[in-house]
Design a protein around this ligand. Structure first.
Ligand code: MEV
Length: 421
């Protein structure tokens, strides 16, 4: 019989039983099954409570970016990602920011938006008026859902009403604004939106469909800026090169996507280390970059009167320190301790600084020696390991390829064979 993915009750099985099913389906070897069963700090049982249909856990490297000085405080920055050179680049940029005082960061209150979609409204202006007239009633209904959050100084604080044309006709969209304090906030927002929906239906006479957080968190922003002296950067030509790179990104969405990807290399790596929702951040950042109708860089760069390079960044930062995986994942908890952040707002400011550093490092490399040289050493080690080098042979094969200025699987294999003789 052909193998099928149609399996009932898979979710009810023990993770080990699920793995047996997957083993048979994918013809996994015993060695592969053993690897999948190996767990690190995140135990199988914890993982099994985090998502559905768990069969194991997986690992990525955790690196530490150094030299970060943000608002006069020194930080070691844990970063989780699979890409070589990112951690080194962040550290390098942070080092170059220090002579001019490091990064200065600030952020707004942690206010997230919940959206409530109302359709089939007869009189839209009247509906808007009714909602605004009964704003306090809606807000207190929302706050009844989470008295603890209110006690902490958060909770629903305001609402906005938008009238919108869509291809299915006009809609009334209510934005519930909630100060989520140290949470990422999606859960509390969704609960509140669902709770106030009947009140909104009653006030508008319409029908509510969606009640959900918006990842375009325009009320929860972090900003960072830093000055990089031309000496630290390597001279006036480097400043010029970075400005040319920035102008390119500001003019062209093809380049801008990669420019912002570089920013997010840093932001997402820190978010992952702290077990935050990286997809929410990514969606928010790119939507924010396009908020004026054109996709633009998240960063801004200019030369000051001394000829130094001044950079700034602004982006939405829907991150939390409580709730979700952030407070459960054992490594994330340690990463948070290493970071030493006390609030989600502070974490957001760190993310902004890391994003700015990452962008500077990328543009500097691109505008000078190119990106590949920095990648070469680690890439060479990876290639050496992939063709079967182990122990000190990895370094020997990699070094030879780097010296020759060419890294390839064929060459790695040839060198390995030669060394093994
Ligand atoms: C690679 O992960 C990121 C860069 O492409 C960013 C950029 O081009 O600015 C180097």
């Amino acid at each position: 019989m052909d193998k099928t993915s149609e399996v009932s009750g898979f979710y009810k099985l023990d993770p080990r039983k699920r793995l047996e099913f997957v083993r048979d389906f994918a013809k996994l070897s015993e060695e592969e099954v053993d690897l999948l069963q190996k767990t690190g700090a995140l135990e199988l049982e914890q993982a099994n409570r985090m998502i559905e249909n768990v069969i194991g856990t997986t690992e990525f490297p955790l690196g530490i970016a150094t030299h970060f000085l943000i608002n006069g405080k020194d930080y070691l920055i844990p970063m989780v990602l699979e890409e070589p050179s990112v951690v080194a680049a962040a550290s390098n940029a942070a080092k170059m920011a220090r002579p001019r005082g490091g990064f200065h960061a600030e952020s707004t209150r942690p206010v997230m938006i919940g959206q409530i979609q109302v359709v089939d409204v007869k009189d839209h202006l009247r509906a808007k008026e009714e909602i605004l007239t009964h704003k306090e009633r809606i807000i207190s209904k929302a706050n009844e859902q989470d008295p603890f959050l209110v006690k902490l100084g958060g909770g629903a604080v305001d609402l906005e009403v938008r009238l919108m044309e869509t291809f299915r006709g006009p809609m009334v969209i209510v934005h519930l604004l909630v100060d989520v304090r140290d949470a990422m906030g999606a859960n509390v927002i969704n609960t509140m939106c669902e709770a106030v929906a009947p009140v909104i239906e009653e006030l508008t006479g319409g029908r509510v469909f969606l009640r959900i957080v918006s990842n375009l968190a325009t009320h929860r922003l972090a900003r960072a800026r830093a000055t990089f002296s031309k000496e630290a950067l390597g001279g006036e030509e480097v400043v010029e090169g970075v400005l040319q790179a920035y102008a390119f990104a500001a003019a062209d969405p093809y380049r801008c996507a990669t420019h912002n990807k570089g920013v997010m290399n840093g932001v997402i790596a820190v978010a992952l280390a702290t077990a935050n929702d990286t997809r929410a951040l990514e969606a928010g950042a790119h939507a924010y970059a396009a908020k004026d109708g054109l996709y633009k860089p998240l960063t801004h760069w200019e030369r000051n009167d001394d000829g130094d390079l001044v950079g700034s960044i602004e982006l939405p930062v829907a991150v939390g320190l409580v709730g979700g995986a952030t407070a459960v994942h054992p490594i994330a908890k340690i990463c948070r301790k290493i970071l030493g952040v006390k609030t989600a707002q502070e974490l957001g400011e760190v993310l902004a600084a890391v994003g700015l550093a990452q962008n500077l490092a990328a543009m500097r490399a691109l505008a000078t020696e190119g990106i590949q040289r920095g990648h070469l050493k680690l890439h060479a080690r990876n290639v050496a390991a992939t063709v079967g080098a182990t122990g000190e042979l990895i370094d020997l094969v990699a070094k030879r390829m780097v010296a020759e200025g060419k890294v390839s699987y064929d060459r790695a294999l040839a060198i390995l064979k030669e060394l093994q003789k």
